[in-house]
Design a binder for this molecule. Structure first.
Ligand SMILES: N[C@@H](CCC(=O)N[C@@H](CS)C(=O)NCC(=O)O)C(=O)O
Length: 250
């Protein structure tokens, strides 16, 4: 195993990034974090696309290794860190863990639409950037006009309440399955043992207030209890800490 430092590319309020931060803490590992400014499309810089061709955070560099996709990064960290395994050894449980990850990845899509209607738009507007500044501010990060157009459309119009309501309705439908799975009062998604399934779902559920849904625990009490257990873990609070001021994020 490389003894090179772990370098994490991450962004403020990224649920996918928080999975990696939780895993680092659970596995007694430390990483140097590079905070990218998603509003300014730093994740689309050509040099970052060589690390993650999908242009999203998180991504990890470890010596010669570069890894993208939060679940794959977390599996890698589980292999190199210390402490209880987060990927179960038993094939049946491993399959179920991957099913939870696939479940979340599917509803990350409507969630992303909802984020564009809410937090992403506010983040860009709140950054003080004007429509006139935008081509230059985005242009230093990416030559791809598609990303400028996306930012321009966010700045130009307000929230589409109908799109937001539809995406929230889809997300509530998806969460009903998770609530049903927890009917047997298991402490963690795979049963008694904490795993990457829990680390995958919890940071996403924590993001619902960002799209205006503040009553998840009332709508889904078992998910609410799952989140309370998650928040009680020593890795939860530090994994949500803000980057140091001036670290280039919004
Ligand atoms: N499936 C990916 C999702 C990554 C993702 O969507 N990251 C978001 C932040 S949570 C991002 O970088 N968004 C910026 C963009 O899409 O340009 C993973 O789990 O790593």
């Amino acid at each position: 195993m490389s003894d090179a430092p772990l370098i994490l590319y991450d962004a403020l309020n990224s649920p996918a990034g928080r999975r990696v931060r939780i895993t680092l803490l659970e596995k007694n590992l430390r990483a140097e974090v590079h905070w990218l400014n998603l509003a300014l499309m730093e994740q689309k810089r050509p040099e970052f696309l060589r690390i993650n061709p999908n242009g999203t955070v998180p991504a990890l560099r470890h010596g010669e290794e570069t890894i993208f996709e939060s679940a794959l990064i977390c599996e890698y960290l589980d292999g190199i860190g210390t402490g209880p395994r987060l990927v179960p050894q038993e094939p049946r449980l491993q399959r179920r863990m991957r099913e939870w990850i696939a479940y979340e990845q599917e509803w990350a899509k409507p969630f992303r639409d909802a984020i564009y209607e809410t937090y992403a738009r506010e983040r860009l507007r709140g950054s003080g950037i004007t429509a006139e500044d935008l081509p230059a501010r985005i242009g230093i990060n990416t030559p791809n006009p598609a990303w400028l157009h996306l930012a321009q459309s966010l700045l130009a119009r307000g929230t589409d309440a109908a799109v937001l309501a539809d995406r929230v309705a889809i997300l509530m439908e998806r969460l009903a399955w998770m609530e049903e799975q927890l009917a047997d009062d298991r402490p963690w998604l795979l049963g008694d043992d904490f795993s990457l399934a829990d680390i995958t779902l919890a940071p996403r559920i924590e993001m619902f207030p960002f799209i205006g849904v503040t009553d998840i625990s009332e709508r889904f009490p078992r998910i609410g209890r799952f989140m309370s257990r998650m928040r009680a873990r020593p890795s939860w609070e530090p994994s949500g800490r803000m980057p140091p001021a001036g670290a280039g994020h919004t």
